[in-house]
Ligand binder design. Structure first.
Ligand SMILES: Nc1ncnc2c1ncn2[C@@H]1O[C@H](COP(=O)(O)OP(=O)(O)O)[C@@H](O)[C@H]1O
Ligand SMILES: [Mg+2]
Length: 314
């Protein structure tokens, strides 16, 4: 076996999953798939559920590197907290650094960076307690979408078509910790673009059977359609991939991830958000996009893990 394919290069790998965020169940599901894939390739991988368990393993020097598949914030693995902990222990981890994960978790700061760079993202208003939300909605122009700034999996999100529904949408989003934002609703088609190393994977067009890509469509429904590559026109497809990669690197992200994009009927692309530890379930999108260019699930996991070796002697 060449050194390159030798799974012993990785040492003992903690597959970090579960945790306490609203996306715990999804993460456990992703984590089990990753664990099975790495073990199938002979990697010495162990499951670790949540940050306290990770910490005790680190204190016992139990791991050489971490495959992070914790989703979400606050004890999740997508907001810089786990990345900072691992950096302090000098343990390599898959995916983005402290900066990239923290910025990508925060939809408001992500948009601010994109806007500063002239990248397209829907116009928005940050909502603070006591703000006149009706005036904010009128200024953006209905319809709008209201969302918590730091959640995932479409939780706490509502679309608002009439002003009378606004209070209810704000109340729902405010059930989640952190700031809220209201964004112009883009009417058109929904896309997502996986990123692997320095390139964008083929885009996927998501066609939910219901009205939009809500929690049910993401994880439970079997009637959501996925079209990959998402755009028939190769110039438009290349443009979407280039935009996604630019948006990803602009936030300081690296390794792998997924960029969510809306495309309006006039053919304009609008950046929604970046996910730095996207799902790896059977419904998940990065594995589908990788498959479309011949990268199977086990190889995808191996490639993501392999990037943690950069800078180490082989
Ligand atoms: N500005 C928008 N216009 C149209 N649809 C949106 C907009 N923002 C979000 N959505 C819909 O809500 C879903 C979830 O929003 P997103 O910003 O990706 O948050 P998350 O996936 O972290 O919950 C998207 O996949 C899309 O279907
Ligand atoms: Mg999303």
């Amino acid at each position: 076996m060449s050194t390159r394919n030798d799974p012993r290069r990785f040492g003992r790998v903690a597959v970090l999953m579960g945790g306490t965020s609203s996306e715990r169940e999804v993460s456990l599901n992703s984590g089990k798939n990753v664990l099975d894939a790495l073990r199938a390739r002979g990697v010495d991988a162990v499951a670790v559920d949540g940050v306290p368990a990770l910490l005790s393993g680190l204190q016992q020097q139990a791991y050489d590197r971490v495959f992070n598949i914790l989703h979400g914030n606050k004890g999740g693995g997508e907001d810089g907290v786990v990345q900072g902990l691992l950096e302090a222990y000098a343990i390599p981890v898959t995916g983005s650094s402290v900066l990239g994960t923290a910025l990508a978790m925060d939809k408001i700061r992500s948009k601010q960076i994109w806007l500063a760079l002239g990248l397209p993202t829907p116009r928005y208003a940050q909502l603070s307690p006591g703000d006149d939300v009706r005036a904010a909605a009128q200024q953006l122009g209905l319809p709008v979408i209201v969302k918590p700034a730091c959640e995932g999996s479409s939780v706490g999100i509502s679309r608002v078509f009439v002003l009378d529904d606004l209070q209810q949408a704000v109340k729902l989003a405010a059930c989640y910790p952190g700031e809220l934002l209201m964004e112009q609703l883009i009417v058109g088609a929904e896309y997502t673009v996986g990123i692997l190393a320095d390139s964008a994977l083929p885009s996927i067009r998501i066609v939910p059977a219901g009205e939009y890509y809500d929690y049910h469509a993401k994880y439970l429904a079997n009637d959501t359609q996925y079209v990959c590559p998402g755009l028939d026109n190769s110039a438009a497809e290349a443009q979407m991939r280039a935009l996604a990669l630019h948006a990803f690197t602009a936030l300081g992200c690296s390794g792998w991830g997924r960029v969510d994009v809306m495309r309006d009927h006039a053919g304009n692309n609008w950046l929604l958000e970046v996910n730095t530890a996207p799902g790896m379930t059977s419904h998940s999108l990065v594995p589908k996009a990788a498959q479309a260019i011949g990268i199977d699930f086990d190889t995808l996991c191996w490639r993501i893990l392999e990037m943690t070796l950069v800078g180490e002697a082989s």
